[in-house]
Design a protein around this ligand. Sequence first.
Ligand code: ZN
Length: 343
Amino acid sequence: MDSGFLTRASAGILRASSFERFLLEMWETVNHRLAPRVPFLGTGRARTLLFLVAWILLAPLTVRAQAHFDGAKAYEYAREFAAIGPRWPTGPGHAKAEQFLRSHFAHDSCEEDTFTADTPIGAVPMRNFIVRFKGSRNGIIVLGTHYETNYPLRNINFVGANDGASTTGLLMAIADRLREQTAHRKLLDGYSVWLVFFDGEEAIQTWSDSDSTYGSRHLAARWGRDGTLSRIKAFLLADMIGDKNLDIQRETNSTPWLIELVAQAAKKFGDERYFFQTEMAVSDDHLAFVQRGVPSIDVIDLDYGPDNSYHHTAQDTMDKISAHSLTIDGDVFLETIRLIDQR
Ligand code: ZN
C-alpha cells in the first residue's frame, strides 16, 4: 500500500470534500516531509496504518461536512413515477401522472397550468405543474423538467425512466429540501425557487419548432404577458441526467455565465468530469425562455446507451439510471442556486 493507493482509494470511497482534501494534504505532508526526518513515524506501512486509524475516527465529521444530496430518494421517486408506465398526452398514464404530481404536492403551493395545445393530431389538453417555494429576496429561480412521454411511442411500453421520470424524481427530491427550509413559514435564504413540471416537451408527430415543447412555449408566453419573466433570474432545465453513465454536454444555446456557474458548482464536489467534456446545441424547453432573454441553461445528457440506443426506445428503463448520477445532479443544482443567490 502506498500513499498513491491511499489517495485513489479515499477518492473512490468518499467523493472529495474540502475536509477530505485537507486530510489528504496532511497525509502527504506527514509522509513526504516529516517522515524522513522524524524516526518514530517509522515505516511506510506503520504510517499508513496510523493515518487510516485517524481517518476512521474522523470520518463521521467528513460525512457531516459533505451533506450530499439524497440521490437515492430522487431515484425512488423516479422509480415510482416510471412505474405509472407510458404517460403520452391523451393517454390513461398521463392522467395518472397528473394525479401523482397533484397528490404529491397537495400540501405545497402548487399551481396547475392547463392549456390546449394545437398539435398535428388536433387540440390536445395539456397541464404544467408549478410548485413555489418563497425566498427572502425579490426574484425567482426556476428549475424545470418535462414529465410526459412521447405520443408516437405509445405502443412500445416506453416509460422514459431517464427521459422524463429521472428529472421528475430529481425535482421532487429537491422539493423535499426546499420544503424543509421553508417549514414553519420560513423563507428560503435567497430568491424564490419555483419547480416546473412541463407537459408536451416531446413531439406529437415529428420534432419541429411547432411540434415540440408545448408546455414551455405556453408558459414562457404567459409569463411574458403577465410580467413574471422579468423577475426570473435564471431558468435551469434538467433533462435525461439520470443516466448511469453521466456525461452532460455543454449546451450551446444556454447562457454562458450560467454554464460557468454550473461548472463551478460541479468543481466544488469534484464532479467536473461529468460536465461539459463535449458540446452541442439542443432544442429543448429552455429555448422559449432563452428567446425571451431569460438567462437559461439546459443541463442535458443526450448520449444515452451504446450509440444512443436507449434514447426514445423501450430500453429507457430504471436499470439504466442511478442514484449516484442523481446525487451529482442534486448537489450541482442546489449549489448553482446558492451561487446565483450570491451574485
Ligand atoms: Zn425525449
